[in-house]
Write a protein that binds this ligand. Structure first.
Ligand code: ATP
Ligand code: MG
Length: 394
């Protein structure tokens, strides 16, 4: 059984001692009931933000328009949010207005799924007006209220449904599922980075087959050209859980199914960071060309494309074809053999002392690097200086 830590109990008791209602709510309740240590502890209360700030000196208004105050107790931060209700959502993501209410059930009713709409008091009593506990036991993701209304209010909830389904290996309630498919076009209103973050959580889970449902439900249509059949992402879960590796695998599957032209096109549209775009694009390029034939070839590839991209391509090639490229690459990395100018025993300054400058200097460094890649035992300063000789202007 998982219990809230001392500082969280202290916040609940302090609020209650002033006659405010206070409960643990949302993800932490769900995770406690699943016997999983929560990532963070959220509290909801009938106290108004100004009252919360007064009770806890040093607290910060982090989302005051939504009633959220970050309370700091013994160096721990906890988000404390006033019970609230939300009115119309005109942009398919944010409510136009929120207002504070004094009733917990009203606050729970604005939450997305029944398993996320439970609260627990400091005495351990569960408040569960939408039967979230039943759904936890049945391992089902179900909307609070009418799914059509809830997805139309906030289109991100469609991706969140699949994300929770992937994280806990839960199924999605049939009516909720049909509604996602129906409301999928409203994904166009979302900020691409919000979608990217949800997709990444699915990709980094143990249940990447949920991405098949995402594709099938038309939730990728904004970024891809959906052609039949829907690609199968199940085996992506066999790849290392690093974000860039799972993204590279995902892009590879999509590209070969004809859903995207290139990794770079998809990842730019999702506003991915430049490093991930570079690794995935280079990886895709490497996978589409003949792999190096020997150790020297791999070192040349490492030199030209960088460690991250080559490791990623080796990993994905092994995953696709059962090759053993990763072993070769890690053996090179472990050996300390030089494949980049950074590890060459001499640098530009050494060559300048021997009369080199400008493009000739660059060419000589590259020549020496190529030489050392083929003769790793000769990565020695004196020897390389001798090999370069003195440069004389012609
Ligand atoms: P995680 O462990 O991933 O943080 P979580 O359930 O805590 O999961 P958060 O995004 O941190 O998810 O949100 C906290 C709570 O706020 C949720 O449990 C849910 O009750 C509510 N919530 C969050 N996002 C939405 C949303 N888009 N629509 C309705 N309720 C939401
Ligand atoms: Mg959370």
């Amino acid at each position: 059984m998982i219990y809230p830590p001392q500082h969280v109990k202290q916040i609940l008791r302090t609020l209650q001692s002033r006659e405010h209602q206070a409960f643990l709510v949302g993800g932490c309740v769900r995770d406690m009931l699943l016997d999983i240590v929560p990532q963070d502890w959220d509290i909801c209360t009938s106290a108004l933000p100004s009252q919360i700030m007064e009770l806890f000196p040093g607290s910060r208004p982090t989302g005051i328009q939504h009633g959220t105050v970050t309370v700091v107790v013994n160096n721990h931060e906890v988000e404390v949010t006033t019970f609230r209700k939300e009115d119309q959502y005109q942009d398919h993501r944010h409510p136009d207005n929120v207002s504070f209410v004094s009733d917990l059930t009203t606050d729970l009713s604005r939450r997305d799924f029944t398993i996320n709409a439970m609260a627990v008091s400091s005495e351990g009593d569960l408040v569960d007006p939408f039967y979230g506990m039943d759904d936890l036991n049945r391992r089902v993701i179900r909307c609070v209220g009418d799914p059509d209304i809830r997805f139309n209010e906030d289109a991100l909830r469609m991706y969140r449904a699949l994300r929770f389904s992937a994280r806990y290996d839960f199924s999605i309630d049939e009516i909720t599922k049909i509604s996602i498919r129906k409301n999928a076009p409203s994904a166009q209103y979302l900020a691409a980075e919000r979608i990217r973050d949800e997709l990444q959580k699915i990709l980094q889970s143990d249940h990447t087959d949920r991405m098949n449902e995402i594709a099938w439900m038309h939730l990728l249509d904004r970024f891809c050209t959906p052609v039949r059949p829907v690609p199968d992402f199940t085996d992506l879960s066999k790849l290392k859980k690093h974000a860039h590796i799972r993204w590279a695998g995902f892009c590879h599957v999509l590209k070969h199914a004809g859903w995207i032209q290139s990794a770079s096109q998809l990842l730019h549209a999702l506003r991915m960071d430049n490093r991930t775009i570079k690794i995935c694009s280079t990886c895709s390029l490497l996978l589409d060309t003949n792999p190096p034939e020997d150790r020297i070839g791999w070192k040349k590839a490492l030199s030209k494309y960088g460690t991250d991209s080559v490791e990623c391509a080796a990993m994905i090639a092994d995953w696709l074809n059962g090759t053993k490229y990763q072993k070769e690459v890690s053996s090179i990395l472990r050996s300390g053999e030089c494949f980049s100018l950074k590890y060459l025993a001499i640098d530009g300054k050494d060559l300048m002392e021997h009369g080199y400058s400008g493009p000739v200097l660059g060419e000589m460094l590259q020549f020496l690097l190529d030489y050392v890649i083929e003769h790793p035992e000769n990565n020695k300063r004196e020897l390389l200086i001798q090999l370069a000789g003195d440069h004389e202007e012609t």
